[in-house]
Design a protein around this ligand. Structure first.
Ligand SMILES: Cc1ncc(COP(=O)(O)O)c(C=O)c1O
Length: 424
């Protein structure tokens, strides 16, 4: 017999622990997915505007078949030769800038960032890591130290304010001056490490600042930060766990800012739901990491991961999802901008990654978390799944599977306009 939402919540708390996070005031019980749609236990259909992991669509048949076929053939750990793993490694490396030559596979974004930091520390013999003040890069003890780093104290970590144009750190500056103003913090972080005799290992940053709230970044900031870090002997690390795999309309988030990182971590959409992540980097960096760490991960670099990862690439390539994402992202943002509402302070993002900065006072740009939460819950009632995020939790975050089509965008835009009319 199907259990009610209330029964499932009670059982969940008993089995998984009180405080296990759940979305929405009235949580939903999902039982099935198909493309950009998910369905609850009562058969209600939702347009999934939130989940980037099933990037080529929920239950994508090509990916499911690749998973089945490989699992039915062989799946072992990575200390055997397997051609499929190398074929996939070749394909994923080829998606990156030519200077990024080798890959280390892992299972989660957290692990990928652990590897990236370790790689930078081995290569530079440094320890210091710079991150932004409102970052999230994962949940291990090390990587979690970069989460909202200004609340934590670790002598080997320094934070800088994340750069943004909407609520700039200082008023009255043009874009170039603003970039320089934010870059002066990177310089100060580097100097402060030097003063304490902590050699720099690098800077780890999401190229789209996804968790910070997807702000418009003053032009020149990323390239400027990479230059400062490299001049101080460090490496520039891009966390592409959210930004990668065509999310921005470019293959990688770093391509939106004209910077080529030394090390790139990837995850979430890479396996369309199968745990698959990895780090690509210059050959010398990977070789040093391999020699110094002897890294092994039971479930990583397996034939199953490779088969599924390759199937994801097949779909992205065959369906030309990069171009699709760029076009549809513009369509979605234009549609949102046509809805007149004083609470929409800023509409921004790249490709199919849209942030709507919800405000209670347009002129003062006052973040309105409560308003964003109301919108998200109302949209859910209307069959649209979104969430609120960002440093103030007031950004309505739209990040649908890449196969999200114009028909889905229209369903969203209709529900969005209706919700705005009801609440404002
Ligand atoms: C930018 C970014 N990096 C890393 C991670 C960690 O990935 P995972 O949850 O797979 O460990 C996340 C997860 O939300 C993320 O958003």
């Amino acid at each position: 017999m199907q259990q009610s939402v209330e029964e499932l919540i009670a059982r969940r708390e008993r089995l998984l622990g009180v405080g296990t996070p759940l979305f929405y005031e009235q949580p939903i019980h999902l039982v099935r997915g198909d493309g950009a749609y998910v369905y609850d236990a009562d058969g209600k259909r939702y347009v999934d505007m939130y989940n980037n992991v099933p990037c080529v669509g929920h239950a994508n048949p090509h990916v499911v078949e690749a998973m089945r076929a490989q699992a039915a053939t062989i799946n072992v750990h990575s200390r055997y030769l397997h051609q499929g793993v190398l074929d996939y490694a070749e394909r994923i490396v080829a998606k990156h800038h030519a200077s990024l030559e080798r890959v280390v596979f892992s299972c989660t974004g957290t692990e990928a960032n652990e590897i990236a930091i370790g790689m930078a520390r081995f290569a530079t013999q440094g320890r210091g890591i710079i991150c932004t003040d409102r970052a999230y890069h994962g949940n291990s003890e090390l990587v979690n130290k970069l989460t909202w780093a200004d609340c934590q104290s670790d002598p080997e970590i320094r934070w800088v304010h994340y750069p943004q144009t909407y609520r700039p750190i200082e008023d009255g500056l043009n874009e170039a001056e603003l970039a320089d103003r934010y870059l002066s913090e990177v310089e100060a972080a580097i100097n402060s490490f030097a003063e304490q005799d902590i050699p720099l290992a690098g800077m780890l940053v999401c190229p789209l600042l996804a968790n910070e709230g997807l702000p418009n970044i003053p032009k020149g900031y990323m390239a400027g930060a990479a230059k400062l870090v490299r001049n101080a002997g460090g490496l520039f690390i891009a966390d592409e766990v959210q930004a990668g795999f065509c999310r921005s309309g470019q293959w990688w988030g770093y391509e939106t800012s004209e910077v080529v990182p030394d090390i790139v971590s990837m995850g979430k959409p890479m396996g369309n739901g199968l745990p698959l992540s990895g780090v690509v980097a210059r050959g010398d960096l990977v070789d040093t990491f391999r020699k110094r760490s002897g890294y092994f991960n039971t479930f990583a670099a397996s034939p199953l991961q490779a088969a599924v990862g390759a199937a994801v690439l097949d779909v992205i390539e065959k369906e030309q999802l990069q171009q699709h994402v760029a076009e549809l992202g513009d369509y979605l943002r234009d549609g949102i901008a046509r809805v007149q509402c004083e609470a929409m302070g800023d509409i921004r993002g790249h490709g199919l990654f849209v942030g709507i900065d919800w405000v209670s006072n347009l002129e003062a740009r006052t973040p309105d978390r409560e308003g964003a939460v109301k919108m998200v819950n109302k949209l859910k009632e209307k069959g649209i799944l979104t969430s609120n995020a960002g440093s103030e939790d007031n950004i309505i975050k739209l990040r649908p599977p890449l196969v999200f089509g114009r028909q889905h965008a229209d369903l969203f835009l209709e529900a969005f306009e209706q919700t705005v009319r009801e609440l404002y």
